[in-house]
Design a protein around this ligand. Structure first.
Ligand SMILES: [Fe+2]
Ligand SMILES: [Fe+2]
Length: 281
């Protein structure tokens, strides 16, 4: 099987089984196709189709209710499904990238599949399946802003997966606080993998920086308004996680400092009340 064949099955296959398909043998990187007809929306069977209905993630103080903890996992499972599809998209889109880079997209994709399986099997214990709640398309919406590999990594790895470092930490603590260690352990596993994913993206971008630009300035040049660096943080920012992922000190500080008009304070207050952690900055 080639990397392209694999990515095509994941992206164009409509079932959850297709999205979770992993090759039994290491694929070869033979680039025989010219992919110009990549979709702008996910291709999925009815049960897991995207929906315009809003589904809010339960607030932290509501997580003492077991159902809310399952709904939270459903929310994260949706992110994993979109990440799986978008890494398949990237493998097909960026035919000219070095094989080493294409295989690093592949490794990330396989780990996103592991995350999705972990969430799904835990959700099953609560009688919940993917698609039982509305599935939004927040990652897919950024497709027009991810048309080069640098932009893809700036949006997916540094921003979305970067924010996920904060969220996986927050929810590890929240699940532990409410005594749900199974779910806390899944968040820990996801956190460890996401550190690698964020690092892969950051390192790629670092290598492309034009002379005399800082990492931060280059990142800013890659993301397009209204997408802002706010999307690269959770509602609580853990700078040490970005250091762990290899970000420069300057980048970590600039990201900490960054605010836009939508930067919320509400959840930070809840974090303090529920988890007793400091409000930033
Ligand atoms: Fe993931
Ligand atoms: Fe990831």
């Amino acid at each position: 099987m080639t990397l392209n064949d694999f990515a095509r099955r994941v992206l164009f296959g409509a079932s959850l089984e297709d999205k979770l398909f992993s090759p039994s043998e290491h694929p070869q990187d033979i680039r025989t196709f010219d992919f110009t007809d990549l979709p702008n929306f996910p291709i999925r069977e009815k049960k897991i189709q995207i929906s315009d209905h809003k589904s809010k993630i339960p607030r932290l103080e509501q997580l003492f209710i077991e159902d809310n903890r399952y709904i939270t996992l459903h929310h994260f499972a949706n992110h994993e499904l979109m990440a799986i599809e978008l890494f398949a998209y990237a493998i097909l889109k960026f035919q000219d990238a070095d094989s080493s880079v294409r295989f690093s997209l592949y490794r990330t994709l396989l780990e996103e599949q592991i995350h999705l399986r972990l969430y799904l099997s835990e959700m099953k214990k609560g009688g919940m399946e993917l698609g039982d709640r509305p599935l939004n398309s927040i990652f897919w919406k950024q497709i027009p802003r991810m048309q080069t590999l640098e932009k893809f990594y700036a949006v997916m790895a540094i921003s979305f997966e970067g924010a996920n470092l904060d969220f996986s930490k927050i929810y590890t603590m929240a699940f532990e606080k409410f005594g749900d260690l199974e779910k806390a352990n899944i968040m820990k596993r996801v956190y460890e993998d996401e550190i690698k994913h964020v690092r892969r993206g950051y390192q790629y971008i670092q290598k492309q920086i034009p002379d005399s630009q800082s990492e931060w300035d280059y990142y800013r040049s890659l993301i397009e308004f209204p997408f802002t660096p706010r999307r690269a943080k959770g509602y609580h920012y853990f700078p040490e996680t970005r250091i762990k992922a290899g970000f420069s000190k300057e980048f970590v500080m600039e990201l900490e400092r960054y605010e836009d008009e939508y930067t919320g304070r509400v959840n930070s207050r809840i974090l303090k009340e529920v988890l007793d952690i400091r409000i930033y900055p």
